[in-house]
Design a protein around this ligand. Structure first.
Ligand code: COA
Length: 168
């Protein structure tokens, strides 16, 4: 895709609290990040409060042309082993499938390795998440494990895949 937009990753702040609450209850986002329980506004507010206190997670807002469109994060960071778990979503369906996830993730991976000095990034995804699977494989993530029937979604069990990317 042509670079006809300007993308920035900005630190999470209260300004996007309402948007994040909306996104986190979006059906495709829930499905993608393996959540099956809706989030109340109070829980979302509590999550924001805790987010700023916790040193083991970094959430960035994906901004395109100054508009927030999603979240990319490294969570459960082990600062000794320098390993963390990746999470990404584009909140609104209309912004998906346009190369924005790819661009945001490339920027975030570079940040994790070159600024945070991470050694490895890992992630968990549903085996049926074709788009995420393509995205991660394209950026060099390797499948490291398959957990059979590890998540119940839409009336059936799905297999959960663990993937990892080591710093070169
Ligand atoms: C996963 C997600 C972040 C990807 O971001 P995106 O901007 O939609 O993806 P991109 O447009 O960058 O495309 C990534 C790859 O998927 C492919 N793809 C995109 N939309 C697709 C579709 N509808 N069907 C099949 N492939 C598709 C793209 O072609 C690209 O692969 P390619 O470069 O080999 O052609 C985004 O779709 C999303 O937020 N999904 C819901 C939450 C989620 O699943 N998060 C991941 C949790 S593990």
């Amino acid at each position: 895709m042509q670079d006809i937009f300007e993308m920035k990753l900005l630190p999470l702040g209260d300004a996007v609290k309402g948007l994040v609450w909306q996104w986190i209850n979006d059906r495709d986002v829930c499905k993608g990040i393996l959540r099956n329980i809706p989030t109340s506004e109070d829980e979302n507010n509590e999550w924001f409060r805790n987010c700023f206190k916790n040193n083991n997670q970094i959430h960035m807002v994906i901004n395109v042309n100054e508009t927030p469109i999603g979240i990319v994060a490294l969570r459960h960071i082990d600062w000794v082993s320098r390993v963390g778990e990746l999470m990404i979503f584009i909140g609104d369906e209309t912004n998906r499938g346009n190369g924005l996830g790819t661009k945001a993730l490339k920027m975030f991976i570079k940040y994790c390795f070159e600024q945070l000095n991470m050694h490895k990034i890992f992630l968990t995804m549903g085996e049926d998440n074709v788009i995420a699977g393509r995205l991660y494989a394209k950026l060099g993530f390797i499948e490291e494990g398959l957990f059979r029937d590890a998540f119940y979604q839409d009336g059936k069990y799905i297999n959960v895949v663990k993937m990892g990317l080591k710093r070169e």
